[in-house]
Write a protein that binds this ligand. Sequence first.
Ligand code: ITT
Length: 194
Amino acid sequence: MQAIVFATANPNKLQEARKILGTGWQLSGLHDIGCTEEVPETTGSIRGNAIQKAEYVRDRYGVDCFAEDTGLEIAALGGEPGVYSARYAGPGAVAADNIALVLKKMAEHQDRSAQFRTVIALMLGNQCYTFEGILPGKILYAPQGTGGFGYDPIFQPEGYTDSFGILSPDIKNAISHRALALQSFAAFMRTQTQ
Ligand code: ITT
């Protein structure tokens, strides 16, 4: 059994990661280690924020851990919301607010192409390693379904005809940006424990 802290306060991310990694892994979230303060995400890049979160938790809590930052990058919006995905519609914004703003900004655009990007930063002792997962797709004209979280109801992955709000969690966890990044992370961890 491989036990490690996943430095996230987002229960959806934790649930997906547990499903993606499967048995053999024991993941603790930030609440499990007593970290309830807001972890800073101020670097201005997805990769930078993933490293910043993992370093913060390693430094303050003295544990090996990994963190991830995820952004929805929309071509017609120059890559927005990107690193600002969590609070795109402003401080305190919830998913519905962020989705509404994206749909408003996208109303005039024919080019609907977008991608989710996840970067995982792993801190093992003093070493930092990063892993990336990118999933291409497109932005729908209206939310579809209620599954998943965040921007899932307006994101349709390439090769599918439904949004992540409709597709099953099993499908999302088989193909997602998070799954791709976690698979690289898990493959690396196997090389460390042999
Ligand atoms: P942690 O930093 O504690 O891990 P967070 O929710 O703040 O959790 P991010 O900083 O990575 O996470 O913010 C990314 C936002 O992008 C997140 O709040 C969601 O709204 C959205 N998001 C992340 N992963 C997603 C996914 O798989 N599907 C849809 N939206 C997602």
